[in-house]
Design a protein around this ligand. Sequence first.
Ligand SMILES: Nc1ncnc2c1ncn2[C@@H]1O[C@H](COP(=O)(O)OP(=O)(O)OP(=O)(O)O)[C@@H](O)[C@H]1O
Ligand SMILES: [Mg+2]
Length: 365
Amino acid sequence: MSDIGTVVSTADVIICCGSGGVGKTTTAAALGLQLAQIGRRTVVVTIDPARRLADALGLADGLTNEPTRLDIGLPPESVGELWAMMLDTAATFDGLVRANAPDAEQAERILTNRFYRNIAGALSGTQEYMAAEKLHALHADTRFDVVIVDTPPTRNALDFLDAPGTLARFLDHPLFKILMLPTRRGLKVLNVAAQPLLRTIAKVVGGDVLADAIAFFQAFAGMETGFRSRADEVMALLRSDVTRYVLVASPRADTVEEARYFAARLGDSHLPVGALIVNRATPSFPVPAGRRAARDAALWRNLDELNAIAAAEHIQLADLLVDVADAATVWVPLLASDVHDLTSLHQIRELLFAPALFDAEMSAE
Ligand SMILES: Nc1ncnc2c1ncn2[C@@H]1O[C@H](COP(=O)(O)OP(=O)(O)OP(=O)(O)O)[C@@H](O)[C@H]1O
Ligand SMILES: [Mg+2]
């Protein structure tokens, strides 16, 4: 088993995953602070549309689809930086269309197409796919050494691992090739509608919708090669050893089960869990030997109860710890309050990277 410092400090990409509310966003932000502090130019990207990342970083103004550099009080000579952004699926898709269309007129034809407007923000899978595109762009961006991805609170959070492959399969699909045909053969859209397959589709989805879709694919023609090669590149990146998976769990039966599901899902894709963070754990305390004074009975009961809960949590985690035996494991205690400013975020960072130091402080108090 390695330590978390080694796992994250040598990564180019870190994916934080886990079930809802366990502390993925908090962890992503705390890892960002640590990496910036050790001199890496770090960008944290959240796919979660809730404002949690901005909240964790104590940013009142929120975040946008473009990385914003944060003032985390590093000394001026420091080379490390912390940036953060929130994925906007539709804006990312628009940006890709503008960047990849051969000219402004073709970009405009796509951007104003009704079919495109409907899929750009809403189609299931588009968000996962755009997250993969964003990761690709940030990884290639020379401003950053490392990209930390905070995934959304769903069991499907890891779908973006498959999204690029799904796109590649779609581009290879015969239907897609048929939709591209009109431009290739120089035929009019209406002629295509005469084909039996398209006639059937038109009956189901409506002729207008189909005409919009065909117009979209015509305008898209020629750009699919770029989308395809980026999809292949990001798939290779997600599978390479510069990408590390950090699984966040909390010691409750249901979230442990979810964490085991995520670990299994990563395992199915042959992706190792680099680190397991057991967040919001009940701290345990050493029990001093000797007689217990009667006047402190309530305090002793408290201590025994806390230690009993902590022991139960360790039992709860046992199977997961076996599942990810090769991962660096860190226990982070539940703090007295939520994490929504830099001070408490630093506290989490210290608990992650210098737990021994923190234990000593706690027992000295
Ligand atoms: N160790 C901790 N001690 C106290 N509060 C914590 C700790 N870790 C996280 N929190 C708080 O728990 C809440 C959930 O954390 P966070 O938003 O990071 O979870 P998440 O896994 O990203 O959630 P979601 O699945 O909704 O995106 C937040 O209010 C956060 O401040
Ligand atoms: Mg979150």
